[in-house]
Design a protein around this ligand. Structure first.
Ligand code: HEM
Length: 171
């Protein structure tokens, strides 16, 4: 079976080396070492998501409060981009595939997510151009990593026979 990383690169068109160029330097420090640019980006992104004209996409987020979704995302981004481990301190291990399991993370959903993120990055002034390019490559690759992970977990839950679910044999 092709690895999830491999699928993520193939489907996103972003090589792993480009996706993880966020680790070449410390983006959190490069952006001033404060949470503000990440708060700006996540607020911008989720404002677009919660106001999306496409109802099917808005529905995916209907179970979460916008303020919580913003905080979850910026704490994760701060941690992943070289800042303090705010996300793990509050929520535990990121385990992104597992946390996205309840949602239908399809290719179409990934493209819509990335569309909003591209627009959010384009209109966030507290992030410089080089960091934006690196972040977008990371987002593209991660989005398709999640699509591949979502397909895998769905196949597993459909295909694995288990005794817990079999019917009682007729007497
Ligand atoms: C949370 C959907 C891509 C990182 C969520 C939530 C939804 C969602 C519905 C719940 C909102 C909340 O309560 O926080 C999607 C869809 C994606 C996608 C449809 C399309 C591919 C991504 C990507 C990343 C990401 C690319 C990271 C780069 C996160 C994080 C959380 C989250 C960190 C918070 C998890 C938690 O605190 O439990 N996502 N997501 N997501 N997503 Fe995504």
């Amino acid at each position: 079976m092709q690895s999830l990383q491999h699928k993520a690169s193939e489907w996103s068109g972003v090589a792993a080396a480009d996706a993880f160029a966020i680790d070449d330097g410390n983006i959190f420090e490069a952006l001033g070492g404060t949470p503000q640019p990440f708060v700006d980006l996540s607020t911008n992104f989720y404002t677009r998501v919660y106001e999306d004209e496409e109802e099917w996409f808005r529905e995916i987020f209907a179970g979460s409060k916008k303020e919580d979704a913003i905080q979850n995302q910026y704490e994760f981004l701060i941690q992943r981009m070289g800042g303090p481990p705010l996300f793990s301190q509050r929520r535990g291990h990121p385990a992104l595939i597992g946390r996205h399991r309840p949602f239908l993370v399809t290719h179409r959903a990934a493209e819509r997510w990335l569309h909003h993120m591209q627009q959010a990055l384009d209109t966030t002034e507290s992030i410089d151009a080089d960091s934006k390019t690196k972040m977008m490559n990371f987002f593209r690759h991660t989005a398709y990593f999640l699509v591949a992970g979502n397909e895998m977990t769905r196949q597993q839950s459909q295909g694995v026979a288990c005794k817990h679910a079999t019917s009682k044999p007729a007497e």
